[in-house]
Design a protein. Structure first.
Length: 580
């Protein structure tokens, strides 16, 4: 069970029709035990009269890559250092699996796991698919302004879709259980690669257009402009321009009143100084003080300075009063304008590699599948449950398919009243109350009810735990991996995958993942069995006769196999879960 199967299998019916049209029989005419896409062993049918696979060209690897993948760059690197030729085609994911199963290509690059019908079609031709070889990943981050709180930081996949889709019911964050703030959206323009990826991962639309997003979606032509819309940088700049314009208008409107007030204050100060000088002169005359010419000149000069200073002080007091009143009015206006501009509430979708560059400005939403999951973050399907638990869940739901993504083939079940009904057994189970959920899957994996919020990080994205992620894989077959040139190409591709992913704004796989994928290639497409752990200890033993001797004790712990989609201690960034 893998989360990407949840998306891939929605096309199972179409894929089956394509396989039949291409001459690949999907009917059951014999049985053979073969490995499924996750390395598990399933009993599938093999067509006994299947035509032989075409002979592979010597010293040539036939590769089918997808747009946005790494195969073009990886092939160029490989051709520059190898004498093996590469024949590349681009036929699309559905046709790629068809051609691989028909022996027309050796390696395919896809962004999903095969459907049940595609695996069965390969088995019918006697072709055993390899384990999926993860090469890179990508993800969409739903983000608001950093250091600004909208009242919560976790939404479900369905809520993320409903926030952005046409006819969105959300106009405030309070409708999501958060603060009572306006909710607005922004994003890239139609036709851009970022908008196409956003539409596929978030909206669930293969070929998205602006008709698929809400009417007030603010279209931006670059990631920079979208980020500035989310963080409010452009709104703040525009608000500051309005504040500056408002201040300039106030100065113009009050300029005449200011001049009149200043002139009146200056005249009043002038009269007050002249009256004071007249009183001083009268006092000198009463006292019959006679001034020399020099003394009279100095007194006149001093009085002239007194008059000028008094008028300046009067003008300054009036200007200060007008400036203070203007400043207060501008500050009140600025506070209202900037509060609107800086208010949180705008949300946008960003590629993870762009979000990483601006973590200081963007606050990502954690994403919850909205259904119970395992420790590794994978949705639990009805097919993962025991027969008893499955029937109980279906009975509790009235034996109807839950309104969550269908991820597998149909099966028949018997209802409590004896009726036989067809259901989708691999449909993700609904997020029922914990008391109604099974504790474990039929394979012993612990089931965790929601909320299961996952933070976007390289680990959660490349592991597939983050719901809004897309993983890129190489697929080949065990038959093709018997050829040296195919193994050499797959190894070279994966060894260059981390550097190529970084160069192409994708999330590179981890070193541990790379080592695991290379081991699968060496093991001809299967995951190598875990080796038993051997522990050697020494003990000092005294025999009954009193002799002391040293014994060596070797303990072997049987190997345990852990599914590739599980972790033993949980994934960093995955909340509400412990180890598996």
């Amino acid at each position: 069970m893998n989360v990407r199967l949840a998306i891939a299998a929605l096309l199972a019916g179409v894929a089956a029709a394509v396989l039949v049209a291409c001459g690949i029989d999907t009917s059951d005419s014999g049985t053979s035990s073969v490995a499924g896409p996750e390395g598990t062993t399933n009993t599938n049918t093999v067509r006994r009269n299947a035509p032989p696979l075409p002979a592979a060209p010597e010293n040539t690897v036939r590769v089918d890559g997808i747009e946005g993948g790494l195969s073009t760059a990886a092939t160029s690197r490989f051709l520059g250092s190898s004498s093996v030729g590469v024949a590349r085609i681009t036929a699309g994911e559905e046709q790629a699996f068809v051609d691989l199963c028909a022996g027309r290509v050796d390696v395919i690059e896809v962004a999903r796991l095969p459907t049940e019908a595609e695996v069965r079609a390969c088995n019918n031709r006697g072709v055993e698919l390899s384990e999926p070889l993860a090469s890179a990943a990508d993800a969409e981050v739903i983000a608001t302004k950093n250091e600004a709180d909208v009242g919560g930081d976790c939404i479900t996949v369905q809520q993320a879709r409903d926030i952005f889709r046409a006819g969105s019911p959300y106009t405030t964050w309070s409708q999501l259980g958060f603060f009572d703030l306006p909710l607005t959206t922004t994003g890239r323009q139609d036709g851009s690669g970022n908008f196409e990826f956003f539409g596929q991962v978030v909206l669930g639309v293969d070929d998205p257009s602006l008709a698929d997003v809400r009417a007030d979606y603010v279209v931006e032509n670059t990631d920079l402009l979208e980020r500035e819309e989310v963080v409010g940088q452009r709104r703040v700049t525009a608000a500051q321009r309005r504040v500056d314009a408002y201040e300039a208008r106030l100065r113009r409107e009050t300029a005449r009143e200011r001049r009149q007030a200043v002139d009146a204050a200056v005249r009043t100060a002038d009269r007050a100084v002249l009256r004071a000088i007249a009183r001083e002169n009268q006092d000198l005359a009463r006292r019959k003080v006679t001034l020399t010419a020099a003394q009279a000149a100095r007194l006149e000069a001093r009085n002239r300075v007194r008059n000028i200073r008094a008028k300046r002080r009067a003008a300054a007091r009036v200007n200060a009063r007008f400036d203070r009143e203007l400043r207060d009015r501008v500050l009140r206006y600025a506070r209202s304008q900037l509060a609107l501009a800086e208010a949180p509430g705008v949300v946008g979708g960003f590629r993870f590699t762009y979000y990483e560059l601006f973590e200081d400005q963007l606050r990502p939403m954690e994403i919850d599948y909205g259904v119970p999951v395992t420790a590794s973050g994978q949705p639990v399907t009805l097919d993962d449950l025991s027969d008893k638990d499955r029937e109980r869940i279906l009975a509790a739901q009235g034996v109807t398919t839950p309104t969550v993504p269908n991820v597998g083939p149909a099966a028949t079940v018997t209802t409590p009243d004896g009726n036989i009904t067809t259901v989708q057994t691999a449909t993700a189970i609904p997020d029922l109350p914990a008391s109604q959920l099974p504790k474990k899957t039929k394979d012993g994996e612990t089931i965790y009810p929601g909320p299961n919020c996952v933070f976007p990080s390289p680990i959660t994205i490349t592991s597939g735990a983050y719901p809004l992620s897309r993983r890129f894989y190489l697929f080949t077959s065990r038959q093709s991996l018997e050829r040296d040139e195919v193994r050499a190409y797959a190894q070279a591709y994966l060894k260059s995958a981390q550097a190529l992913a970084t160069a192409n704004r994708l999330v590179p796989i981890t070193d541990a993942q790379l080592a695991e994928e290379l081991a699968i290639i060496e093991n001809r497409g299967r995951k190598p069995a875990a080796k038993p752990a051997t522990t050697t200890t020494t003990r000092t033993v005294t025999t009954p006769s009193g002799t002391t001797t040293v014994r060596t004790v070797t303990t072997t712990t049987p190997a345990t196999t852990t599914p590739r989609t599980q972790t033993s201690s949980g994934i960093p960034g995955v909340s509400s879960r412990g180890g598996g």
